[in-house]
Design a protein around this ligand. Structure first.
Ligand code: PLP
Length: 431
């Protein structure tokens, strides 16, 4: 089926891609900007609203990436924009490290109320996912007096030295940066008993492990949903050995999976939760939440000049309200709408070997063919590029997965367009 073109909710491509202005920006970018960024295709964004992004040449794209799973309420949601404007007019910065302002406890209180265990929680505010993880690592060491960590193969936790030591998503992310923080052991994701049966018997003394750091649904690793027993078994092992559980909800949190937190899909009760990406609709905010009896470090132990900036907190307060009122439910609903349609595509395209995910965190696995399951990263990248030329913005995850992570406000028409476009792109590329 040919994808439908144009309405204010659907894409419209009017120039060759990249267009002339886009090419100009890219030339400057290549001259002045760090070459470490990985741009999959030449989108040069100018403005955006809802799930539509306009580029500098007047082309309109449907965004199924949400700026890497960030713009949870859609681009420039009017309520979020209003909250940012209002806050910016009265107080932009004061530094929560040295002074008080009311938005900090306001948001922390809201976040505590979102936690399903009903316990007392405390919040530390940073500016990004990696900072939320750094704070979680430091807190776990501080609270336990232990130094080691367990993390998982293919996981992603950030790129600063501590979080990078946990990250095990792609070799290039670590190459050239060693030695990293010592004490991290990576084990296969989805196999909790490996910890008890192998690691604690052979390599690591369980009594020296401060925390297990885990994504409830693996993000950068390829949108992998673990088997149902994985997280509960991990919890049993952690409790037995006095190890803290850190849930990295940076990507799978804030409604992405159709529940507020990814770990809520499982019988799992973390002590520390790291949040970022979707929490403030695109404003930079990272939050490390911990049970009040875990976050007891002394004044001066950890802080951040900008973390929990009032403008970002205002955006987060509005985002949480919108998520609670509408978009977490819409994420679950639209996930249920899209998933069967993508599964149906498997009968049309032999290169799709798996469709998986929860809510609007959906992975489509591309392999050479379904029987061999040989990974096909180049084909995956070609499909993503073809989608771009057809007006659909999607990203890769893991070795051979296409990730769909749209804003949580997308509707059926947009979801149908994404499915049709993906199908047309595969048909065009996978000959
Ligand atoms: N943790 C997870 C699960 C992530 O997906 C990411 C980013 O993709 C991070 C941490 C790091 O977040 P940031 O890029 O904001 O530092």
């Amino acid at each position: 089926m040919a994808a439908k073109i144009m309405s204010d909710k659907l894409p419209k491509i009017v120039t060759e891609l990249p267009g002339p202005r886009a090419r100009e920006v890219m030339e400057n970018d290549h001259r002045y900007i760090s070459p470490s960024y990985t741009r999959s295709y030449p989108l040069v964004a100018k403005s955006a609203r809802g799930a539509i992004v306009e580029d500098v040449d007047g082309n309109f794209f449907l965004d199924f990436s949400a700026g890497i799973a960030v713009c949870s309420t859609g681009h420039c949601h009017p309520d979020v924009v209003r909250a940012i404007q209002k806050q910016a007019e009265s107080l932009i910065h004061m530094s929560g490290t040295d002074f008080y302002y009311e938005q900090m406890p306001q948001l922390a209180r809201k976040l505590e109320a979102l936690m399903p265990d009903g316990k007392d929680w405390r919040c530390f505010f940073g500016n990004s996912g990696t900072e939320a993880i750094e704070a979680a690592m430091k807190l776990a060491r501080y609270a336990t007096g232990r130094w080691q960590f367990i993390a998982f193969q293919f996981s992603f936790h950030g790129r600063t030295m501590g979080s990078l030591s946990l990250t095990s998503s792609k070799a290039v992310q670590r190459k050239g940066f060693g030695p990293l923080v010592p004490g991290v052991t990576h084990i296969p994701y989805g196999n909790a008993s490996y910890l008890e049966d192998v690691v604690f018997k052979t390599t690591v003394n369980a009594g020296e492990v401060a925390a297990i750091v885990v994504e409830a649904i693996q993000g950068e690793g390829g949108y992998v949903v673990p088997p149902p027993e994985f997280l509960p078994t991990l919890e049993k092992i952690a409790r037995k050995h006095g190890i803290l559980l850190i849930a990295d909800e940076v990507q799978c949190g804030m409604g992405r999976t159709g529940k507020m937190f990814g770990f809520e899909h499982f019988d799992f009760h973390p002590d520390i939760v790291a949040i970022a990406k979707g929490i403030a609709s695109g404003m930079p905010l990272g939050v490390t939440m911990a049970h009040a009896d875990v976050m007891t470090w002394q004044p001066g132990a950890h802080a951040s000049t900008f973390g929990g900036n009032p403008v970002c907190l205002a955006a987060a307060l509005e985002t949480v309200r919108l998520l609670q009122e509408q978009y977490v439910a819409n994420s679950a609903k639209m996930g249920a709408f899209i998933r069967p349609k993508l599964e149906k595509l498997m009968s049309r395209h032999a290169v799709i070997s798996d469709v998986r995910g929860l809510g609007l965190m959906i992975g489509v696995e591309i392999t050479k063919d379904r029987k061999t399951r040989e990974k096909a990263p180049e084909l995956r990248d070609a499909i993503i590029n073809e989608c771009f030329h057809r007006g659909l913005l999607i990203l890769a995850a893991g070795p051979s997965t296409i990730r769909l992570s749209p804003p949580l406000m997308v509707d059926e028409e947009q979801a149908q367009f994404a499915v049709d476009t993906l199908s047309d792109a595969i048909a065009a590329v996978a000959k």
